[in-house]
Design a protein around this ligand. Structure first.
Ligand code: G4F
Length: 330
């Protein structure tokens, strides 16, 4: 029997990799996309151009996340077995500038989808892409599923609301709904306003003479960086279990922005110290400085194993940006 899944945020980094994974596994995949999303130029363009896939096994539906009547209609029509909710405003720094729309999209829209699912005769298994930002500044390291929730950014607060609503709908309404509490995860498809992609793009552009400097905020900050392709596998595995649950997904290694800079610039034969300029505009009103996740439960229960190392990720991102820029600029 063919499984059917709905993905919100299918045009994003994680959504596009998850769509590929599910299509490989023989699923029919329905993506919900914003009216303003450019499908043509998106990370899905290779799938969109493949006539054996697009509108055969991959279907796109227009609906803004706030448009509950349309989302309800899509769910009722598609009758999915699995629902992956990845959409939302995902930039932590930006959430200090636009807290209201961040909470609307990330918190309230998750609640509205849960309400729709609760009304379905056969509700699908539901996965919410939560974030380690719900922990704020951790009191202990590494953090796991039992770490107290104490967000320190509007984004973290919105994610904490959504994460706890998922738990409430699981415990009180019996829905099979789960949280992936994800640490940072990167890839060549990462958005250009996140620090990793900003760095790899800049390293490639400086190497090719298209840019001279790179302006950054706090480069001492440390993150637990994994690979997005590994992370979407964990999401899928979470919904293949007999019991719903929440899982921290992390690489278990912590590296500073400086270390990322060092590897990325060395990959193209440059010294980052000659090009990076500190810029206060990229400092945040509050930033968590040191992150480390413990994915022990995901490893044990889901059998999840990350396949890409920190070094692999940096190299893949730099090489991809170099290739793309060389093709574009000759
Ligand atoms: O790449 P970032 O913007 O990622 P951040 O804030 O850690 O959030 C990402 O991971 C979270 C999970 O841990 C997700 F919930 C969230 O959706 C997102 O995917 O920043 C990483 C670090 C920060 O400490 C930031 O202050 O890099 C520092 N940084 C220094 N200069 C910068 C810059 N970040 C950005 N985006 N741009 C800079 O110029």
């Amino acid at each position: 029997m063919t499984n059917t899944a709905i993905i919100t945020g299918i045009t994003g980094q994680d959504g596009s990799y998850l769509a590929e994974l599910l299509l490989d596994k023989g699923y029919k995949v329905h993506g919900i996309v914003r009216r303003s999303s450019s499908i043509e130029r998106s990370r899905l363009s290779h799938l969109y151009a493949d006539k054996s896939i697009y509108e055969q096994r991959l279907f796109l539906h227009y609906a803004d996340l706030e448009d509950t009547t349309t989302i309800r209609r899509i769910i009722t029509k598609v009758e999915p077995d699995e629902f992956y909710h990845l959409a939302g405003q995902s930039h932590v720094g930006l959430s200090f500038e636009i807290p209201e729309s961040t909470c609307e999209l990330t918190a309230m829209c998750t609640l509205r989808i849960l309400e729709i699912l609760r009304d379905q005769p056969n509700p699908p298994k539901f996965l919410h892409a939560s974030s380690r930002e719900i922990f704020g500044t951790p009191q202990h390291s590494p953090q796991d599923e039992n770490t107290p929730i104490h967000p320190e950014s509007p984004y973290g607060c919105a994610k904490a609301f959504a994460t706890q609503m998922v738990q409430i709908y699981r415990d009180t309404h019996g829905l099979f709904c789960c949280n992936t509490i994800a640490y940072n995860h990167e890839s060549p498809r990462r958005g250009e306003n996140f620090v990793t992609r900003k760095i790899t793009m800049a390293a490639a552009r400086i190497k090719l003479g298209l840019q001279n400097e790179l302006r950054l905020g706090d480069i001492e900050a440390k993150r637990d960086w994994g690979d997005a392709r590994d992370f979407v596998k964990a999401m899928w595995l979470t919904l293949q279990q007999d019991q719903p649950g929440d899982y921290v997904v992390a690489s278990g290694e912590s590296h500073s922005v400086k270390e990322f800079l060092d590897l990325a610039f060395r990959r193209v034969g440059l010294d980052w110290k000659e090009h990076v300029i500190h810029d206060d505009r990229y400092e945040r009103p509050h930033d968590v400085t040191h992150l480390l996740g413990d994915a022990g439960k995901a490893r044990e229960v889901l059998g999840w194993q990350p396949e890409h190392s920190f070094e692999d990720i940096v190299k893949a991102m730099v090489d991809s940006d170099m290739r793309n820029l060389q093709e574009k600029h000759g």
